[in-house]
Write a protein that binds this ligand. Structure first.
Ligand SMILES: CC(=O)SCCNC(=O)CCNC(=O)[C@H](O)C(C)(C)COP(=O)(O)OP(=O)(O)OC[C@H]1O[C@@H](n2cnc3c(N)ncnc32)[C@H](O)[C@@H]1OP(=O)(O)O
Length: 338
């Protein structure tokens, strides 16, 4: 049964590769052909085409964005066109599919509920999550999953992510990425992740981050961002996320960066300095100077000549009541030995 889910994915991957390597489009102008290819490759769609996700047996939620990558472009059917699943909407309808069933352990997908139920009961990742534990507190565990080792898992995760993130489009070439996946300690259900490009020329510490919709606004995004900085600091690099950030990415990062800057300037190691430069802040926090400036501007705490207004920073923090609970990550639970 699980094999049927695999076939679905593999079929759509092959179709995509076929397009990338030449496609068909015999009578189309080269501009249209280029546009078609790009859309196929990145799954770009202007509107949502899958109405909702059945995630595991008990969670159901809407998609945020469309993605063509799951589908055969001609039939708009999932993966290969032999699917016996749902009747797909007509070409005038917004939705190509009403419900995509996604395994909450491995992210394999199908449009056939029977296949899904059988797979859910047998999924190997339900018993044992992939990858190596890099952080384990009583509350949360973060595992590093190498794209080169768990290719299908990472590809399925990337495909799923596209439904919640418009501006990132890496699905199949996962070999050069590592994925850091957060679980509740003792559970094998992924709650969120970030990916990291192993050959990032900009030395980004994070390529893409997603907290799965049922688990958002619990501090997991902040935990993962903090972990990404911990990794880059251990590597001895000043770093930050790949840009552009999505609107939610920007909100999340600004909140995290504001807290970090506040802590270092008001409570931490820089609190007793008379004068602090942006470079000092960058060294201490591991943040890029550009991200520090962006954050201080957002907080209205930076003047001409990059002078930092500590009083304004204090006022901002008092009004936002974010005292205490500065760091979500606890160093004693880190398991980073390689
Ligand atoms: C480099 C990149 O990858 S950019 C792409 C970022 N990813 C995405 O846009 C994918 C879809 N979005 C998400 O997955 C999530 O919204 C994330 C990853 C951005 C944040 O994940 P979460 O686990 O919800 O973050 P967390 O709970 O730590 O929230 C951090 C802060 O972000 C802000 N925030 C997060 N979600 C929202 C929201 N829906 N509305 C308003 N503010 C929000 C809040 O300030 C929040 O703090 P608070 O809850 O104390 O007020």
């Amino acid at each position: 049964m699980a094999g049927s889910i695999d076939q679905s994915l593999i079929a759509s991957t092959q179709q995509l590769k076929g397009r990338k390597n030449g496609g068909k489009g015999k009578n189309k102008s080269s501009t249209n052909l280029k546009k078609d290819r790009k859309e196929m490759l990145y799954g770009i769609l202007n509107e949502r085409n899958i109405k909702q996700i059945q995630f595991g047996v008990s969670k159901r939620f809407p998609t945020w964005y469309g993605s063509a990558v799951y589908f055969d472009p001609e039939t708009k059917r999932l993966g290969c066109s032999e699917s016996k699943g749902q009747v797909h909407c007509g070409s005038n309808d917004q939705y190509w599919l009403d419900t995509l069933f996604v395994c909450e352990y491995c992210f394999k997908y199908t449009d056939d509920q029977t296949v899904f139920v059988a797979h859910s009961a047998a999924c190997l990742f339900q018993k044992r999550a992939p990858g190596k534990i890099k952080y384990k507190s009583p509350e949360y565990t973060i595992r590093r999953v190498k794209g080169s080792k768990y290719q299908l898992f990472c590809q399925c995760l990337c495909l799923f992510t596209k439904l919640y993130l418009d501006n990132k489009s890496m699905y199949f070439k996962v070999d050069h990425y590592e994925f850091y996946i957060v679980y509740e300690t003792g559970s094998t259900k992924p709650m969120g992740f970030f990916s990291k490009d192993l050959v990032s020329y900009q030395q980004n510490n994070l390529a893409c981050i997603l907290t799965l919709p049922p688990y958002q606004r619990r501090g997991l995004g902040s935990l993962l961002i903090e972990f990404s900085y911990k990794l880059s600091q251990l590597e001895g690099v000043i770093s930050g996320p790949e840009v552009p950030l999505s609107p939610f990415g920007l909100i999340g990062y600004l909140k995290y960066w504001s807290q970090i800057l506040y802590w270092h300037l008001i409570e931490g190691d820089l609190a007793h300095f008379d004068k602090v430069s942006l470079e000092d802040l960058s060294i201490v926090t591991g943040m890029r100077v550009s991200d520090i400036i962006l954050t201080l501007k957002h907080l209205n705490c930076i003047g001409e000549n990059n002078q930092i207004y500590l009083q304004a920073l204090n006022t901002w923090f008092k009004s936002h009541g974010a005292k205490g609970n500065w760091f979500k990550l606890q160093d004693e639970y880190l398991l980073i030995d390689d």
